[in-house]
Design a protein around this ligand. Structure first.
Ligand code: GDP
Ligand code: ZN
Length: 407
């Protein structure tokens, strides 16, 4: 996944909501993101103003509404009457990594999403392994706002598209997406993208944000933006990219970052100051909604190469914990694997991967009772009641086996 756009949308509106794109590889996430935003790219890199270089994998787009035609679109000119349409909302799309095999990364990406589009290709039987896995991830993370996008309808005859529709409805029965709308589209041919936008507007309202709470920022990426060999006095501080979950962060404000840095085998939180903020352009403050880059006073070597991914930044954050007690609910079967493989009970010494909001960490089971206790390799900034997704390595890959709550 992920990010950063340098320009403000031409509408001048800031993004208000993050919508994730999830689904099996090759079902069309990148193509749909492009159809929706007209500027998506995963490989491109762009020089941000004042030298912040950031890879894109996310994009903002403003949706417009033409009152005359009663039609939504993503351009200022209405696609039917070519008249002026009214800007209604700016939305950020976040990618769940398409070729990412690490389920935990999809889960941590989901921590930034307010809603999700689940892509399902009409020309393949549903569910494909990652379709099931991603839906489960949305369920665990608690994303209820889901639209199912049935893609590639141009590739199949009508009977198959109806059959695919039935497979989809059957698959989502009893899940969080049971009553999610299903919108048939062809991402590469731009078919029904206007209907999808309408459905997003209708069913995914901007969440209410409590900006009076202490700020909490999930770090999805981190960068050293300096050119190699740049003179010391020109060095810019480390950059954190991610999303503000609550509160406000202002330029000049102090933040702490957890788990922080490891010194002599011990992790300690670090404090720094925010020097510059980019949220749909340079901004005095960051608010929830959309993706944000915070330039800090941190030594840039600390943020190089995404080394702070999974951290939490803000004020009055929960403590770092390196031993975690979780009440676990295991699934009957391993999710995201062909065939029905039973989840084996865990035992002492097992290694599990846990995703706690944006953070992922590996832990060793030290006690395997009803409430399992794990010793974590890297501490997490979390508290009682937080949800944890649990993955286990099966045939060389991490698979989702259950979820739990910190007790
Ligand atoms: P991702 O892995 O989910 O991001 O999928 P991509 O967007 O990369 O799409 C995978 C392949 O499917 C590419 O070759 C796309 O050109 C193709 N594709 C995506 N959407 C459509 C569609 O609506 N119709 C057809 N025929 N092909 C599509
Ligand atoms: Zn019109």
């Amino acid at each position: 996944m992920v990010f950063f756009s340098k320009k403000t949308e031409s509408s001048g509106m800031k993004p208000e909501i993050n919508i994730g794109l999830v689904g099996h590889v090759d079902h069309g996430k990148t193509s749909l993101a492009y159809a929706l935003t007209k500027k998506w790219t995963d490989t491109h890199s762009e020089e941000m103003k004042r030298g912040i270089t950031i890879r894109l994998g996310y994009a903002d787009v403003t949706f417009y509404y033409c009152e005359k035609c009663r039609r939504y679109g993503n351009t200022q000119k209405c696609a039917s009457c070519f008249g002026d349409a009214k800007p209604v909302r700016t939305v950020s799309f976040v990618d769940a990594p398409g070729h990412e095999t690490l389920m935990a990364t999809v889960l941590s990406g989901a921590a930034l999403m307010d809603g999700a589009l689940l892509l399902i290709s009409a020309d393949e039987k549903c569910p494909q392994p990652q379709t099931a896995e991603h839906l489960k991830a949305l369920d665990i993370v608690g994303i209820k706002n889901i639209i199912i996008v049935q893609n590639k309808i141009d590739l199949v005859p009508q009977e198959r598209s109806l059959e695919s529709y039935r497979e989809i409805k059957n698959f989502v029965k009893g899940t969080v997406a049971e009553s999610a709308p299903v919108i048939p589209v062809s991402a590469i041919n731009n078919v029904n993208i206007d209907l999808l936008i309408e459905e997003i507007q209708r069913t995914m309202p901007t969440p209410e944000r409590d900006t009076s709470k202490k700020p909490k920022f999930y770090v999805a990426r981190s960068f050293d933006v300096n050119r190699p060999g740049a003179p010391v006095k020109e060095l810019k501080g480390g950059v954190l990219g991610g999303s503000l979950i609550q509160g406000i962060i202002k330029v000049g404000g102090e933040i702490e970052i957890k788990p922080g840095v490891k010194v002599n085998d011990k992790w300690s939180p670090i404090k720094t100051k925010v020097v510059e903020i980019f949220q749909a352009g340079v901004s005095d403050e960051a608010a929830p909604g959309g993706l944000v880059a915070l330039q800090t006073e941190l030594d840039p070597s600390l943020t190089r190469g995404d080394s702070m991914t999974g951290s939490v930044a803000g004020l009055e954050l929960p403590e770092n914990i390196d031993q975690i007690s979780i009440r676990i609910t295991f699934f009957d079967h391993i999710i995201g694997i062909e065939g029905a493989k039973k989840v084996e009970p865990i035992k002492q010494g097992d290694v599990l991967m846990m995703t706690v909001a944006i953070a992922k960490t590996v832990g060793i089971v030290t006690s395997a009772g009803k409430t399992a206790v794990l010793k974590l390799k890297i501490p997490v900034c979390a508290e009682k009641g937080d949800k944890v997704a649990i993955s286990k390595q099966v045939s060389g890959r991490w698979h989702l086996v259950g979820w739990g709550e910190i007790v």
